[in-house]
Ligand binder design. Structure first.
Ligand code: NAP
Length: 271
């Protein structure tokens, strides 16, 4: 029987690449996004259903999950919607802090919670979430982003224990840098300028601008392949590190241990 994947944040980047990959592999795709009326590429594809979903809106999550479940059995839920926030904590206002937690963490938690009864009832299912290498490492001036992605890691590891008893899987994809328009369209900056941090920010920016060069980033299509692998490999594995940069960073941190790695990273950025 044809399988179905439900995706959040499918309007662009990794979500869209994943929707296209699964569609090309013969899956039904329920591609959700905030503004489906603007999405022409996916709406032209066979077996792709577009539904409106802002993961910040609990009422819309309930409506969307009910509608999606009414279309037939859903095998996989891919929690992918997310955005970034750069700057010192002092530069963020409360709305920015709450907004990031709402989308990146509560969005994942609420969508997962809404699907669990359906998965239990049908005897199984799989949750996949786009975490980040930023869910196991931390860069300067990204405290709230890391709070959400590390939050996803703890949430998922704990959920594994309660879901696995119902044949429900949970897996995270941890990409390094992805070649999407994330920085251009999904990266906000703290709204208050705090001059005292500027010398440190300048140092970080000079390193990040190199790390974020397109040639140093992994194409979204390659990360989508990792999502497909995680969905289809039948392995009991929680984390999939994706992209060469992500793998290298993970290896360095694991080999050094967290304490030494933190001091090493401080040297990298600020020496
Ligand atoms: N790019 C990277 O280097 C990188 C690295 C590691 C992890 N990630 C993670 O990968 C995921 C996808 O990012 P991307 O690189 O593909 O960037 P992207 O192209 O900017 O995609 C972000 C997606 O999230 C959606 N979104 C944002 N807020 C939403 C909300 N409240 N409700 C529903 N959808 C919402 C956006 O929808 P709109 O079109 O409505 O804005 C867009 O579809 C994110 O979780 C991100 O944290 C990215």
């Amino acid at each position: 029987m044809t399988k179905t994947i439900f995706i959040t944040g499918a309007s662009s980047g990794l979500g869209k690449a994943t929707a296209k990959l699964f569609q090309s592999k013969g899956w039904n795709v329920i591609a959700t996004m905030r503004s489906p009326q603007h999405q022409q590429e996916l709406s032209a594809l066979a077996n792709v259903t577009l539904l409106p979903l802002d993961v910040n809106d609990p009422k819309q999550i309930t409506e969307c999950v009910t509608k999606a479940a009414g279309l037939g059995k859903i095998d996989v839920v891919f929690n992918n919607a997310g955005h970034g926030l750069f700057g010192p904590l002092e530069s963020y206002d409360d709305e920015q802090i709450a907004g990031l937690i709402n989308t990146n963490l509560l969005g994942v938690i609420r969508v997962t919670k809404a699907f669990i009864p359906h998965f239990r009832q049908q005897g199984g299912g799989l949750f996949i979430t786009t975490s980040s290498m930023g869910g196991m490492t931390a860069f300067p001036f990204s405290s709230m982003y890391h709070a959400t992605k590390w939050g996803i890691e703890g949430f998922s590891e704990s959920m594994y224990f309660e879901l696995s008893k119902f044949n429900i899987g949970i897996k995270n994809i941890l990409p390094g840098g992805i070649r999407t328009d994330y920085v251009g369209r999904s990266m906000a900056h703290g709204i208050h300028e705090v001059e005292a941090y500027q010398p440190s920010i300048d140092k970080v920016n000079s390193i990040m601008s190199h790390l974020l060069l397109p040639e140093n980033l992994t194409p979204a299509e390659d990360i989508a392949e990792v999502v497909f692998e995680a969905v289809t490999d039948g392995k009991d594995q929680l984390r999939y590190i994706a992209g060469e940069d992500g793998k290298a960073l993970y290896k360095t941190r694991t080999e050094m241990g967290g304490e030494v790695f933190r001091k090493h990273f401080d040297q990298v950025f600020f020496s």
